[in-house]
Design a protein around this ligand. Structure first.
Ligand SMILES: [Zn+2]
Ligand SMILES: [Zn+2]
Length: 320
C-alpha cells in the first residue's frame, strides 16, 4: 500500500509500505478520509518515525471478520478495557495505554491502517465519510472539555483563543450548549471571518484581556494566548486548556492574582461520549460541513499541509 512519510521541515513523501498486519483483536481499516490536525504540524516540522494521521474514518477490510465492511472512525488511545479507568468508562485515561494511533503506531495518512477492534466507533449511515473524522478531535475533544467545564459554570459569555479546527469546534459546541455571547481572537483573516459566520465576534487580544468570561477556551498552545486566557477568565470562570506545547511561560499580573478561577486541561474523550458526539454533529451538520474546505489525495498531501500550516484551510482532509 501507499503511505506518507514525514521527513521534517514540511517535507512529505509517499512511499510503498507493507500492508497493515493486524495483530490479535485488530482489523485492517481501509482509510476513506483522514483529517489534518494542528497537532500534526509538530511531525511536519520535526519528522516522525511512523506514518502520522489520527483523525481516521474508513471501512473495515477484513474478509471473514464479523465487522468486515463496517464504516468506523478510529478512537486513537489503544486502551486495555480492564483497568480501573477503563472500568469507569475513562478509556482516554487508561492506565495501560502506551500507544496512540498516528503517534506511536502508524496512522491514517495511508491507504490502510490496522486498528484494535475496540477502537472502532461506528459511523451512522447519515454521516458521510468526509465529515466522520470531525467526530474525533473537532467535536470529541472540545465537547469532552466543555462537558467538564459545565460542571463548574453552566452558562455565560465565552472566549475562544484561536480559530483553528479545535477553536472552531469549540465555538460550535459552546453555541449548542447555550454559552454566549462568544468572542474569538484569531489573527488569520480567513479563519476569523469563518468564526464570525458561526456567530462568534472577532476581537483583539487587548479587548479580550479586559473581559470577564465564564469560559475561556485556549486552542493555540501559544504563550501569548495563554496569557490572555489567564487575564480574561472571569471570577469563578474556567480556562479550558486544549492547546499544546512543550513549555509554558506566563507573567503573573495583578488581574491574574486577584481572582478565583479554574484551570481545566482535558485530553481527548471517553469512548462512551461517541453517541452524544454524533448528536452534536447532526445538530449542526451544515456548519460542520463548511469546516471541511479542501481535500487531496496522497500525492497532494504535502501541498495541502503547507496551505493548512499557513492558516489558509480550516479542516482539510486526505482522501487516499
Ligand atoms: Zn488531532
Ligand atoms: Zn485501561
Amino acid at each position: 500500500m501507499r503511505a506518507a512519510r514525514f521527513h521534517g521541515e514540511g517535507r512529505i513523501t509517499i512511499e510503498d509500505a507493507p500492508d497493515p498486519a493486524p495483530g490479535p483483536e485488530e482489523v485492517t481499516l481501509r482509510v476513506a478520509a483522514c483529517a489534518l490536525c494542528g497537532s500534526d504540524l509538530r511531525p511536519l516540522r520535526r519528522g516522525w518515525p511512523c506514518t502520522p494521521g489520527h483523525e481516521i474514518a474508513g471501512r473495515v477490510n477484513q474478509p471473514g471478520h464479523p465487522r468486515h465492511g463496517e464504516r468506523a472512525v478510529a478512537y486513537i488511545p489503544v486502551f486495555c478495557g480492564r483497568c480501573d479507568a477503563c472500568a469507569r468508562g475513562r478509556t482516554h485515561l487508561c492506565e495501560n495505554s502506551r500507544e496512540l494511533l498516528g503517534w506511536q503506531r502508524p496512522g491514517g495518512y495511508a491507504e490502510a491502517v490496522s486498528v484494535p477492534e475496540r477502537c472502532l466507533l461506528p459511523i451512522p449511515d447519515d454521516v458521510p465519510d468526509h465529515l466522520a473524522p470531525l467526530l474525533l478531535d473537532t467535536i470529541g475533544t472540545t465537547a469532552h472539555g466543555l462537558r467538564l467545564a459545565r460542571r463548574l459554570v453552566e452558562s455565560g459569555p465565552a472566549l475562544v483563543l484561536g480559530a483553528g479546527p479545535i477553536g472552531l469546534g469549540a465555538i460550535l459546541v459552546l453555541r449548542r450548549m447555550g454559552f454566549g455571547p462568544i468572542c474569538v481572537v484569531e489573527p488569520t483573516a480567513y479563519r476569523a471571518t469563518f468564526a464570525a459566520s458561526l456567530g462568534a465576534a472577532p476581537i483583539t487580544p487587548d479587548a479580550a484581556s479586559s473581559g470577564r468570561y465564564a469560559v475561556v477556551v485556549e486552542a493555540t498552545g501559544k504563550d501569548a494566548a495563554r496569557q490572555v486566557a489567564f487575564e480574561a477568565v472571569g471570577p469563578e470562570g474556567v480556562i479550558l486548556q486544549l492547546g499544546e506545547s512543550d513549555a509554558w511561560a506566563l507573567t503573573e499580573t495583578r488581574s491574574i492574582r486577584l481572582k478565583d478561577f479554574f484551570l481545566l486541561r482535558s485530553f481527548y474523550f471517553p469512548i462512551g461520549d461517541h453517541a452524544a458526539n454524533v448528536e452534536l454533529l447532526r445538530a449542526d451538520l451544515a456548519d460542520y460541513a463548511r469546516l471541511v474546505d479542501d481535500r487531496a489525495g496522497l500525492d497532494g498531501l504535502e501541498t495541502l499541509f503547507a496551505a493548512f500550516a499557513r492558516g489558509e484551510r480550516l479542516k482539510p482532509i486526505l482522501v487516499p
